[in-house]
Design a protein around this ligand. Structure first.
Ligand code: MG
Length: 169
């Protein structure tokens, strides 16, 4: 595997664990303000991000690359309102999309079709992540300022259950 592609994939393992940590911080915030549905939604989101990290990890192992684990940074966010995590979430997902695209570009340049095939799943996934993050903001804008609306929204998000990723390596 090309050195640059390998390095970027290794960094993505860390980036996905960071995403899990960030979303756990969002969950932690919502727990502190009593919104257990939002708490649940981001807890499930954190589990999905851990799965993403493990997919990159497994992909590297399958290609006989020894992964280097680096320190996972402290979640970088200031959460002071119900809306703050949602805005930070969309910004973060756009950042992750850029990271995935960057790896894709390196793999494309190297004609690394195997890595491109792996990344195809993540490109699609990022489209869904950005849409989810954007929808959360829209819903909060529409319903979050009203107590009954917030209650309903919280109840809706409480129903989210974890499911394993559709991609199997
Ligand atoms: Mg992810």
């Amino acid at each position: 595997m090309n050195e640059k592609v390998l390095k970027l994939l290794n960094e993505q393992v860390n980036a996905e664990f960071y995403s899990a940590y960030l979303y756990l911080e969002f969950s932690n915030y919502y727990a502190s303000v009593g919104l257990d549905g939002f708490e649940n939604w981001y807890r499930v989101q954190a589990q999905e991000e851990r799965d993403h990290a493990m997919l990159f990890y497994q992909y590297l192992l399958n290609n006989e690359v020894k992964v280097t684990f680096e320190a996972i940074a402290k979640p970088e966010c200031t959460l002071e309102s119900h809306m703050d995590p949602l805005v930070a979430g969309l910004k973060h997902e756009k950042h992750v999309t850029a990271l995935i695209n960057n790896i894709y570009a390196a793999a494309y340049e190297d004609h690394d079709f195997r890595t491109m095939q792996l990344l195809d799943w993540f490109v699609k996934e990022q489209g869904e992540e950005e849409k989810n993050a954007s929808d959360m903001i829209t819903k909060m804008e529409l319903f979050g300022t009203d107590a009954k609306g917030l209650y309903m929204l919280n109840s809706e998000l409480k129903a989210r259950v974890y499911s394993a990723p559709s991609l199997v390596l």
